[in-house]
Design a protein around this ligand. Structure first.
Ligand SMILES: [Zn+2]
Length: 238
């Protein structure tokens, strides 16, 4: 066999080896990418902060509509079964959510299906979970005794996500429940009735400017009878 023949034979061995090696690398890169997107497709800021705009939400449009009337019965879950609203959204203390109370150790459920964007202790919120849902809607559940889910977890509406507690700035066990679009909180009572716990047939339009519109007129006193029963310490709570 001549030197030329050896070189050709060598190529026949080397080229397939390189091909196998490179396809293994490609597969590994794909696997790594898949793992990364499973756990880390939120930006660092999204994983660090609760009240932040959703990356790219208004890139293609200046407004989005969330039509709650389109949701089926199993696509909504009141976060605390038999929970009572003890403090509504807004008011003098500019409450960013509504406080729902049952008993310490009760289970908190995901309001809608979505993905866990945030799950850890955070200042006055205590143990807090932020879920991201379709169309950029986010729900926040705080003061939890324990969180049962982790960043990146996919959750179904009605899935157990936390245990009711009083971590952070809270003087009684309850769930501080917030709803946000692009980081801006709005009144959860816009889309569900805090007395019956049922979803309303409502559309919410959120604008890039931060304005949020709805045709629903939520009575200012829809939890007035609960508010009257609050103690001073409950009113001071977050
Ligand atoms: Zn609160």
């Amino acid at each position: 066999m001549t030197l030329k023949h050896l070189a050709v034979a060598g190529l026949f061995v080397l080229v397939p080896m390189l091909y196998i090696h490179s396809s293994k690398l490609t597969q590994r890169a794909l696997d790594e990418k898949a793992n990364a997107s499973d756990n880390n497709d939120f930006t660092e800021r999204e994983k660090r902060d609760i009240r932040i705009p959703t990356a790219g939400l208004f890139e293609q449009t200046d407004n989005i509509t969330i039509d709650f009337s389109k949701l089926r019965r199993n696509e909504w879950c009141y976060p605390l079964h038999n929970g009572r609203v003890i403090s509504p959204f807004g008011g003098k203390r500019r409450h960013a959510g509504m406080d729902i109370k049952t008993y310490a150790g009760d289970t908190i459920y995901a309001a809608f299906s979505g993905r866990v964007r945030f799950a850890r202790p955070y200042a006055g919120y205590g143990n807090v979970i932020v879920l991201r849902h379709d169309m950029g809607l986010e729900t926040v559940y705080s003061h939890n005794k324990y969180n049962l889910v982790r960043i990146g977890d996919v959750v179904k509406a009605g899935q157990a996500i936390a245990i009711e507690g009083r971590t952070g700035r809270a003087t009684t066990e309850h769930c501080h429940f917030e709803v946000r679009i692009n980081g801006k909180a709005f009144n959860p009572a816009i889309f569900f009735d805090p007395i019956t716990c049922c979803l309303r047939s409502e559309k919410v339009v959120a604008y890039k400017s931060g304005r949020i519109e709805t045709s629903n007129i939520v009575p200012a006193n829809n939890v007035a009878e609960d508010k009257g029963k609050q103690t001073k310490s409950q009113q001071a709570r977050s």
